[in-house]
Ligand binder design. Structure first.
Ligand SMILES: CC(C)(COP(=O)(O)OP(=O)(O)OC[C@H]1O[C@@H](n2cnc3c(N)ncnc32)[C@H](O)[C@@H]1OP(=O)(O)O)[C@@H](O)C(=O)NCCC(=O)NCCS
Length: 175
């Protein structure tokens, strides 16, 4: 598996992955940027891909790709200067299409993005996941995550769609 810059060339494969997710929120994929776009349409898809690669936005998006097939996405947010990022979502979000899970892809992707984080000057990153997400907790711990706290559910988290306690981990990026 390689982490690549999002590309419109993977349209068909991305659509197949999207169908597997079955409408579930795709962590790390930044699909919210596509609001108002029809991602089945090649032109709209290319517009969304351009947004993902927009250097003026303080986030770096990568896709997990193997043999020309889209497998997942991972996003590194350069700052966590909003309460929602600092409390609930952290620096990094990721998701793997259902048919590709359990092969170590998220762990590999997270490890690689920790290097990117270090390169942009982040000495440690906050990685958050829901308390009931055993697979993600396992990925974060395997990458050196140290639990800071478990944030309870409140009106603020609910207003951001988070209805389960949030485990907040820090990972040192320095080698
Ligand atoms: C979480 C997610 C990214 C993991 O991706 P993945 O590529 O399957 O992860 P990996 O193969 O690198 O590692 C999965 C680990 O979780 C473990 N795991 C998988 N399902 C599990 C489960 N239901 N209960 C406990 N552990 C589980 C695996 O055994 C593995 O741990 P191990 O290496 O110690 O054996 C993927 O399940 C996913 O996309 N889920 C939906 C979106 C999401 O939750 N994103 C993260 C938000 S914080």
């Amino acid at each position: 598996m390689k982490l690549v810059t999002p590309t419109a060339d993977l349209h068909a494969s991305w659509l197949a992955a999207n169908a597997e997710w079955g409408g579930e929120h795709q962590d790390g994929a930044a699909t919210h940027l596509a609001r108002g776009l029809d991602l089945t349409d090649p032109v709209d898809f290319a517009t969304w891909v351009e947004m993902l690669n927009d250097d003026s936005v303080a986030a770096t998006n990568h896709w997990m790709v193997e043999d020309g097939e889209y497998l997942g996405a991972i996003q590194l947010r350069h700052t966590i200067d909003s309460p929602a990022l600092a409390d609930l979502f952290g620096h990094i979000g990721y998701g793997v299409r259902p048919s590709a899970r359990g092969r170590g892809l998220a762990r590999q992707a997270l490890r690689e993005v920790l290097t990117d984080a270090r390169e942009i000057g982040l000495h440690r990153v906050l990685v958050c996941c829901r308390e009931d997400n055993a697979a993600s907790i396992s990925v974060i711990r395997a990458c050196g995550g140290v639990l800071e706290n478990i944030r309870h559910v409140d009106e603020f988290s609910l207003s951001h769609g988070v209805s389960t306690p949030t485990c907040r981990f820090w990972i040192e990026t320095a080698s």
